[in-house]
Design a binder for this molecule. Sequence first.
Ligand SMILES: [Zn+2]
Length: 383
Amino acid sequence: MLTAGQILQLIRNGTCRTRKELIEFTGLSRSTITDRLDRLIDAGYIHESGVGASGGGRPPSVLDVDATRRLMLVADLGASHVRAALTDLAARPLAEESAGLRIDRGPEAVLTWVRQAFQRLLDRAGRPAGEVCGVGLDLPGSVDHVSGRVIRSFLMPGWDDYPVGEAVGADYDVPILVENDANAMALGEWWTSWRETDSLILIKVSTGIGTGIVLDGRIYRGVEDAAGNIGHVRIRESDDRVCTCGSRGCVASLAGGHALAVDLGQGSSQDVVRLVQAGDPTAIARVQEAGRTLGVVLATAVSLLNPGVLVLAGDMAETREHYLTGIREIVYRRSLPYTTRNLEIVTSSLGDRSGIVGMAVIVMEHVLSPTAVDAALQAKAVS
Ligand SMILES: [Zn+2]
């Protein structure tokens, strides 16, 4: 027999919009459906409103998720920026704040900013901390998403094995989710623009290179939470440049933003973007070449997974499509035509907000999952 949490999914995904549709679809009795809905309404997960398609007589009420009564707090940490948002339970931002802050300042400094930003966002929106039902945070490194600890990041000295989830969630007695940034960005782009396609690969090229994979609408993490680490595939082992991982010839050391900055005598990947935007021919040529280099590895990924869309995100998405052009050229040339027949290769539609949106979607899906909803209703009944 379906639980209240499972009934909520039928309402969320649009399968059933009224009590009558729920009774017909599930085969459950009217009294059972009423019991489930009463508990969901009482707990503020859904509300009944509006007017459904009427066949005469009193129009049936429409059931809908109540996204306004619960809040989520999410943060997106990059190598040199942080962004935090307060959202409703439909992942719509109510307040947002960002700052330039280097992640290599270490977990205490960065996570203190996040906790203070969360409090400022609640204050600005005039909402109490008690309405927060989930907290999420993504960062540019491999994360054990179950324990909320950083596994390893070459960009984040001092963060290895740090209990990020515990630190950032200490103020709230709610689920805390920690995720790799490219994974969060991939889900954010998929949720916002590509839900009609089953799978998407997002490549983030800023200082380094990260990849997020969405398969059948879910993040694919791999058995060690390490899926998508294509930045450290060694494609030119005789190269004399040493990568951040200690090896030589990694694709990140040839095509990442840091490598481009060094080659072009610049300080950061953002400086490279500025040069390209100003029309510097040397920078444009080098950026296109980097796109082609990464394209070699991406052709393999595309042939392996046959995604519907490849999204370029991060600083290199802002190079007026020059980096993207390099990727396109090689991926189409080196893949079987029917693998790429329906493949779109595009730049991120959310820009620097894809991480925060994706993180909000991750927390929303967790908080509204049948297991989490049934557990919350059980706890409410006991208390
Ligand atoms: Zn490497």
